[in-house]
Design a protein around this ligand. Sequence first.
Ligand code: HEM
Length: 536
Amino acid sequence: MAQYLLIGVTVLLAAAWAVQQLFFTIRFPSNLPRIGGGSRFSLRTRWRYHTDAQGLYKEVYDNYSKKGKTVLAPGLGFRDDVILPPNALRWLQRQPERLVSAIASQVDTIQPYYGFGHDKFVSDPWGGLLVKTDLNAVLETVCAAMNDELGLAIASQFGTDTEAWKEINLMPAARMIVAQAATRFTLGGSPAGRRLCSEKAYLNACLDNADALVISAGLGGASPKLLRPILGRIGAWGAKREIVNLEEYFKPVYRERMEMLEKEATNPGMEMPVDHLQMMLRYGLKERRDEALSLRDMTKRLCISNFGSMHQTSIQVVNMLLNIIDSDAEFDTISVLRDEVAQVIGSDKTSGWNKTKVAALTRADSVARETLRLNSFSSRGVARKIMGDGLVTEDGIALPKGCTVSLIAYWLQTDGDIFENPFKYDPFRFSRAREAELDEQGKPGLPSLSFVSTGSQNLAFSHGKHACPGRFLVDFELKMIIAYVLMNYDLEFPPEYNGRRPQAHWVTDAVFPPEDAIIRVRRKSSRETPVGLLSV
Ligand code: HEM
């Protein structure tokens, strides 16, 4: 019996392998070199991507990317990824969307069909596009509200004791702070929405949902296409459960907004909330009516919005605060930043934050950009799916339909020929260069070195038409966090860290911050806090 079972399983696996090879495997041209050589990847090379992607990508970067050559590297599960050299970025940007698609690549990465039941939640990203078109137009209003929420969130996580030092587990604290601030601009504009901003169970549900989406994307993306309908569903189980959970919290806000929109129809000019949800409902009722009228679909849109606004931002906050404390002994980082905040924000206690002040915080800007240079979550950038046959790279590779191309961002951003002392966190690396090049008004020049500016040496937000539109909001958010935390708290590492931060770690090609990093904080007394505006 066991013998027949074994034969049956072997035949089934062989048939599955043949079907996978025949129908689902992309055929690459013979002139495209593979990392490790040969005509297929050895198991060792595939395994290396999953256990040492940092080392594997170093070889890709040094041996191919830096020499202007395209190369094939193993990716998640059984995927093969085409890695383009940095000098191909301009060529890539020139290609039309119908041939080179950012959105199709996001669908491949997120596998929304399994988590959300339909690809449209990613392939038709109208909610995200509103960040670009509508949210950024009212950034100052939205960020003023977010600043209030940040103060409350930080005080709640860091405490208010001005005598004793408190040990904080940074990752969970940063996640809650970012979730609370993000909720304020996502749906905090109405009374029911505002209540959710500080509702810990809701914030945890949002964060759990974002984690479940990462797992769903990982398992769905790693499985061979043939097995994806099974493994994708298993991987998405947690995400589906979290969506139902989140819907319960969201229901009263959704109903409140629909009632407000109904009232507004008979009462034009009525004051309405200014937040992302309101923009989504307004647009949805006009252009995607079925979705806007479905609580479940709008909950899924909310999940996507939360993922965008919470996941990478909280990672950036953890790394940035660790880097500020780590570099303080050598660069006096905390005092330099406090002086800058006091100068730019402190003198004007009435008008709050605006774009001019955010832009004037050049040193805080440098601290944030230097963190992204070294500690981006994604080690690759500008991932695009090739949508048709016939596209040939500048080095003569005919890219087959269905493959994904990207650039190695991590090794580009730590290239010793571009950055002096490339692995050192130098908080004022970019502000020094900018302050040495003053513009006509005597302000720091070189705007291409600012946090929000993207390019081949700064790919954390990607580059071009699809570069992250949320980065302008993140720019406000990070500077508000720097200002609030440093003006209201003293910070240090526990003595056993010997002044050095715990390092980030790679899981496949994603770079995670240390989940168990501890910092010690102590609230400054109001006498010591020079900027009244910043205290809550
Ligand atoms: C440190 C924080 C963040 C990082 C590092 C980051 C990074 C990225 C990256 C790499 C992309 C892909 C772009 C491409 O495919 O070329 C992206 C897209 C996007 N991000 Fe962010 N992001 C962050 C925060 C945010 C926030 C706070 C929001 C919302 C307020 C947001 C909204 C979006 C949207 C809507 C897109 C899709 C853009 C498009 O396809 O045109 N992101 N982000």
